[in-house]
Ligand binder design. Structure first.
Ligand SMILES: [Zn+2]
Ligand SMILES: [Zn+2]
Length: 234
């Protein structure tokens, strides 16, 4: 198995254990707990998105050159410049830069493979899933705690996949179904974020956007979240 598949495979296995535990200990409280976990995953997507949009990229790495590159992004020149820049960044800085480039070129995220979209998230989600499994196998907590954890972890792990699907002209049937029942937001609702970059940062179902928007306005009034952080500088 290639290294790229190891994380998703382990996460899938860990979630299968959690889901089995959920089935075995299911009671009526699991239903609101599943929705609460889904809300928390949406909230997490909004808070992380807000923080990374406004967190500045490191200066002096040449990131402005590739961000504002005017030639073809498929050219050898661009690809070489981009590879050189990325080699100068650590993993966190690369994720921060990805959030900036998503705004002028949102469709690129939608074109990425599922593995590419979710692997950075799985680095954190997998250890959390293993902790949940320990609670499932050796713990004696009520079923609703497993429901909350399972829903939160699934919503968090696939957050960038859900976000990417908002920029895809054609999406799979399961995404359409989740949108239809209100468990995922629509591209029109997400466009409100891209119109101003000052609202609606949550990208799963959008239920937490009223809360995240209040937090954004609170921080802006205190002089935080400077627009300068939205684009890399030289
Ligand atoms: Zn954004
Ligand atoms: Zn977007």
């Amino acid at each position: 198995m290639s290294a790229r598949l190891v994380l998703p495979a382990l996460f899938g296995l860990a979630m299968a254990v959690a889901l089995a535990g959920l089935v075995l200990r299911f009671d009526w409280l699991c239903l609101p707990a599943l929705l609460a976990g889904w809300y928390l995953a949406d909230l997490l997507s909004g808070l992380i998105h807000l923080a990374l949009d406004y967190h500045p990229c490191p200066a002096g790495k040449g990131l402005d050159e590739i961000f504002f590159y005017t030639g073809s992004r498929e050219s050898a020149d661009y690809l070489a410049r981009r590879a050189a820049c990325m080699a100068r960044l650590n993993a966190f800085q690369r994720v921060v830069f990805d959030f900036k480039t998503h705004h002028p070129r949102p469709d690129a995220l939608g074109r990425r493979s599922l593995g590419h979209q979710i692997t950075p998230t799985l680095v954190l989600a997998l250890p959390a899933a293993l902790v949940l499994d320990i609670a499932v196998v050796w713990g004696t907590g009520p079923g609703w705690t497993i429901a909350l954890g399972t829903s939160l972890l699934l919503g968090s792990a696939f957050a960038q996949h859900f976000h990417g699907s908002l920029h895809c002209p054609v999406v799979p049937a399961h995404i359409m179904l989740l949108r239809r029942v209100g468990l995922l937001m629509t591209p029109a609702a997400h466009q409100l974020h891209h119109d101003t970059l000052q609202r609606d940062f949550a990208t799963n179902c959008g239920w937490s956007n009223p809360l995240v928007n209040r937090l954004f306005r609170f921080l802006r009034r205190r002089g935080m979240l400077d627009d300068a952080g939205l684009e890399p500088v030289g």
